[in-house]
Ligand binder design. Structure first.
Ligand SMILES: NC(=O)c1ccc[n+]([C@@H]2O[C@H](COP(=O)([O-])OP(=O)(O)OC[C@H]3O[C@@H](n4cnc5c(N)ncnc54)[C@H](O)[C@@H]3O)[C@@H](O)[C@H]2O)c1
Length: 386
């Protein structure tokens, strides 16, 4: 941290400070193996304590090993089991975790909070870490594909509030993100597909090579829960691509972000359909609607639009186009305009692996795209050249 204060004039001061952000992401084999020490990095071991929040499903599968891990290292651990699912991403849940943390105090600097779970858990616990005593360190261990390639990779935390997703939150870098893909084995197929939607997002607007890899090996890797060699390549490439986009703009000073592809209209759909539509599923509907808008504008060649639709079908992602709601999508766009400081800044693909930003999407355009998508699914027909 560097900072200084200058006197501008008598009775007028100017403070300037910068704080570097540094955190590491690392592949770890079998993170709960007591012979490994990755989980205890970045903090005090001797007589150490750790406040560990574990997703309930993960706890069911690995709870005993997690307890044994800390016991074997002589570290006193308070394990808090946290329910998964979007319904748990509330102000109440955030306060409940804070109360439990307060009842098991940890050192402010050298006993990092450990978050083991999906995107819901790491978002809530990250927000806990950023707000407790104005910030205590934390470590993330993503256990869903959504967490692995997206939610745990960046520095955003949050809870849903006032009927909106992630309305309260913070930018809070973790100390480390430990990536153990073997944890994905127990994930329900729907949740694997859910995370894959975010990989597709990245491939469509940022990485043509990843897109090709998904075309060739994606379906088989999905069936293998990404435990095969191509799965390793897909995951590593997705994370590297995500970091390349996030790292130069961690605090979103630049509001035109490629990674916001699929994250404009999806907010309204996700809120509208609650449990019926997972985050990635809503993102996929947005990706497809945006792709058709780009095609209709002549921004995206028909062959490329066709490849996006074909990939989604080949991966078996089966978007529920009947859940598209043009009016709700229009409202979501209005809300995104506030979020993006007065402009739409909607990313639309211009080729596989590339995109541009537009500010003039109309209600009629959204309706036309949703109509077109609803007509095309579930049967897959090629888009005509126009
Ligand atoms: N912070 C960010 O930048 C960011 C980015 C993308 C998504 N998100 C957020 O992530 C959330 C969605 O995350 P998610 O899809 O991981 O949901 P989730 O955390 O609810 O997990 C999904 C389900 O999987 C279960 N589960 C977790 N790990 C498991 C495992 N290893 N085996 C079996 N079951 C397991 C959970 O209990 C839950 O039922 C959304 O709230 C979204 O807003 C945040």
């Amino acid at each position: 941290m560097t900072g200084h204060c200058a006197t501008v004039a008598p009775g007028h001061w100017l403070v300037r400070a910068t704080r570097p952000v540094a955190y590491e992401l690392r592949n770890v084999d079998d993170v709960f193996d007591a012979r490994g020490d990755a989980l205890l990095g970045f903090g005090r071991r001797q007589h150490g304590r750790r406040f560990v929040v574990v997703d309930e499903c993960v706890h069911r599968h690995h709870g005993a090993r997690i307890r044994d891990y800390f016991r074997a290292h002589g570290v006193q651990a308070r394990i808090l089991v946290f329910p998964g699912g979007e319904a748990a991403k509330t102000v109440d849940a955030w306060q409940d975790v804070l109360r439990a943390l307060d009842a098991f105090p940890v050192h402010r600097r050298d006993e990092p909070v450990i978050a083991i779970g999906g995107g819901v858990l790491t978002d809530v616990v990250g927000f806990v870490a950023s707000s407790y005593r104005r910030g205590v360190p934390h470590i993330k261990v993503p256990t869903t594909l959504m967490g692995y390639v997206d939610a745990a990779v960046g520095i955003k935390t949050g809870v849903n509030f006032n009927g909106y997703k992630n309305r309260l939150g913070s930018f809070e870098p973790p100390r480390a993100v430990l990536l153990d893909r073997s944890l994905l084995v127990t994930l329900a197929p729907r949740h694997l597909r859910n995370g894959l939607c975010e990989i597709v997002k990245l491939a469509v607007v940022c990485d043509a090579g990843l897109f090709e890899l998904l075309e060739r090996r994606g379906a088989a890797s999905l069936a293998a829960a990404f435990q095969d060699a191509p799965g390793r390549e897909i995951l590593d490439r997705a994370i590297a691509g995500m970091l390349a986009e996030l790292a130069p703009n961690l605090h979103e000073d630049e509001l035109a972000r490629k990674v916001d592809f699929g994250h404009t209209f999806s907010y309204g759909l996700e809120t509208l359909h609650g449990d019926r539509l997972l985050h990635g599923e809503a993102v996929l509907l947005d990706i497809l609607a945006s792709t058709l808008m780009a095609r209709a504008r002549g921004l995206l060649p028909a062959a490329d639009a066709e490849r996006v639709l074909a990939l989604v079908q080949r991966l078996g992602l089966a978007p529920e186009a009947r859940l598209l709601d043009p009016e709700r999508m229009w409202q979501a766009l209005a809300d995104r305009i506030e979020h993006r400081n007065g402009r739409q800044r909607v990313p639309l693909p211009t080729a596989i692996g590339q995109c541009t930003f537009v500010d003039d999407i109309t209600r009629a355009e959204i309706r036309a795209a949703t109509d077109a998508l609803q007509q095309r699914t579930p049967a897959h027909e090629p888009i005509a050249e126009t």
